[in-house]
Design a binder for this molecule. Structure first.
Ligand SMILES: Nc1ncnc2c1ncn2[C@@H]1O[C@H](COP(=O)(O)OP(=O)(O)OP(=O)(O)O)[C@@H](O)[C@H]1O
Ligand SMILES: Nc1ncnc2c1ncn2[C@@H]1O[C@H](COP(=O)(O)OP(=O)(O)OP(=O)(O)O)[C@@H](O)[C@H]1O
Ligand SMILES: [Mg+2]
Ligand SMILES: [Mg+2]
Lengths: 165, 166, 166, 165
């Protein structure tokens, strides 16, 4: 299975529809401070089911919706879609590609979609279980967090070990 | 489950020692130590690191860059056991100097056979090692926009690519 | 003492707003807010930051580099009230991009009239702004050695200066 | 008053006697990871009277003594001397220059000196009181700590304000 694309619209600073296509190998994301690079990382965590607004640097989930700028009004919804390909084996799907989408509205209400069909968070979590994809995994390492792998008390480090087993 | 934990611990320990040597170079060594061998399911885990030429110490006395590199060794040790289809690393190289970034990038490239890597960075060496490059701008203040500067199929970057910061 | 605190708070708030504008550029603004005006000796203090073109937000939603710059604005706001004879800053510029480092260095130089600054850095722009440069090496593994590369009286660095990292 | 020089011997990775001379303006300290730059910052905190080994990244004060390498045996003592000049007004001294020195031995025993005469920590703290020089002040900003000015709970931020008043 490999990551094929990520599409954001209304998510944090990505007011306009934005798509990133991925290839095998190493993709670098660059730009000045505050341009939106870590917001992309937040979008990946979010669409994979992150439940804690704090983990996305916000106070509530609606903080993820584009909240306007000098020249642009706030939006009413944030949406992110992540697409994987070659997933028959690892994810056990019938299709070669699978798209997971998530939306949140100003009311706080949210929705999940699997290949455009509404689904529950549970379905997404079950899909990715045991694959290493997901928010618990160390495969997403946020800015400034690398030191925590060491500085957390020895007792905390055990979660790493439990995850790997 | 004590057995299972024990087995995993041994595996991570082994991988960690291999990764540490690759990142710190010859003459270095490291190990993970269970604080209380009698109670392995509950006790803490100590990280001992010995950069080349130095005495083994707990990680608290290491420098900022040495700590980052040690943490990366532990992270990669876990990736070795359970590779994920993709890994997203946000500015891991912030505290590293030039030669450490070179080694970090070399080790990372060793994993590209089994995982895609998405790396957020300000560093030119890391950027130079990428197969694909995405630039993010905010010309309309507050609104992010992507400028793709793919160069996997081309030998060099497009001439109008914004200069990478720092 | 409530009066004294209030007075100091106002002073820092004012300095912070000036410093923030200098570091973030035109079109930016910021302020410090007492969480509970009824109980100023016990309540918390909120930092509101508005980079150019963006909406005011609490600092938690800012980027890594924006947070560093905001913290630096607060630090300098305090230095303005009570300048210390010397300040030692260890890798403050780690998260900053090129243009933010330029502004950081400009603002720092504004303080050189009243304080000496000792700055530890890996960044070439910061290094270029220094009056005196000390390089530290560890050729004998594990033992630190200083190589002074002063260039205040000379117009450029000595040719055998080790290349600054990163 | 201005900072004139800093001399270390046996302090952390500075096994050999090392002296830095300072001038007005900005001094930059550079070098590869782990070469000893932050150890210099630790030495300044330490000689000004830092009492917490944890603030110096160690477990106990003796962790500051050079503990040996492949090619060199551990030392029995660490010593740091900091010298200020033009201090008659701000520090109220009779001399134009003042040197503060501190030693620690493997036994944990420590000593303080003012212009080579033994003194107590109290004397040093009294000398620097109200000058902005010292370990409480924000004039020493350690690696990685800048974010704490913001991320500490609002209640903690008050210490900054109390310090400045
Ligand atoms: N809901 C939102 N609506 C609009 N803008 C937002 C929203 N949430 C966050 N932002 C903005 O996004 C910016 C942060 O972006 P991000 O953290 O991705 O920056 P970055 O590119 O990672 O920068 P750095 O290099 O400094 O880490 C902040 O300036 C913040 O104001
Ligand atoms: N008591 C000691 N004896 C010998 N070496 C020590 C002692 N205490 C610390 N060190 C060594 O000093 C090194 C740390 O140095 P320091 O933190 O000054 O590095 P740095 O130059 O700031 O690097 P970075 O750029 O990564 O922050 C570590 O490798 C550590 O092993
Ligand atoms: Mg970021
Ligand atoms: Mg350091």
């Amino acid at each position: 299975v490999y990551l094929k694309s990520l599409e954001l619209v209304g998510f944090k600073s990505f007011a306009l529809k934005t798509k990133l296509d991925f290839e095998p190998g190493m993709t670098a994301v660059v730009g000045p401070n505050g341009c939106g690079k870590s917001n992309i990382a937040d979008a990946v965590r979010w669409v994979l089911g992150e439940q804690s607004a704090k983990a996305l640097r916000g106070g509530k989930m609606e903080d993820c919706i584009f909240n306007g700028t000098d020249g642009k009004r706030p939006l009413g919804m944030a949406e992110t879609t992540i697409t994987f390909a070659d997933c028959e084996n690892v994810l056990g799907t019938d299709y070669n590609e699978i798209s997971i989408a998530r939306r949140v509205f100003r009311s706080g209400e949210g929705q999940y979609f699997m290949n455009k069909a509404p689904c529950r968070l549970k379905d997404i979590q079950r899909l990715f279980m045991g694959t290493g994809i997901g928010t618990v995994s160390y495969s997403i390492m946020e800015q400034g967090r690398i030191d925590q792998i060491l500085s957390s008390r020895p007792e905390d480090r055990r979660t790493i070990f439990e995850e790997a087993s | 489950t004590t057995d299972m934990f024990s087995k995993t611990f041994e595996q991570i320990n082994e991988n960690f020692q291999v990764m540490f040597k690759k990142l710190f170079g010859t003459g270095s060594s490291s190990k993970l130590v269970l604080v209380n061998e009698e109670d392995i399911l509950e006790c803490g885990i100590e990280v001992i690191a010995r950069p080349p030429g130095k005495r083994p110490q707990t990680v608290s006395l290491l420098s900022g860059g040495e700590r980052t590199l040690t943490a990366v060794a532990l992270l990669f040790a876990i990736y070795m056991i359970k590779p994920s289809p993709f890994c997203l690393l946000d500015e891991l190289d912030a505290a590293l100097d030039a030669s450490n970034i070179n080694r970090f990038v070399d080790v990372l490239q060793g994993f590209l056979g089994q995982s895609q890597f998405l790396v957020i960075t300000h560093n030119n060496r890391t950027i130079a090692a990428a197969d694909v490059l995405y630039g993010i701008t905010m010309e309309q203040s507050g609104v992010s926009k992507i400028v793709a500067m793919k160069f996997k199929d081309h030998e060099k970057k497009k001439p109008d690519a914004p200069p990478p910061a720092t």
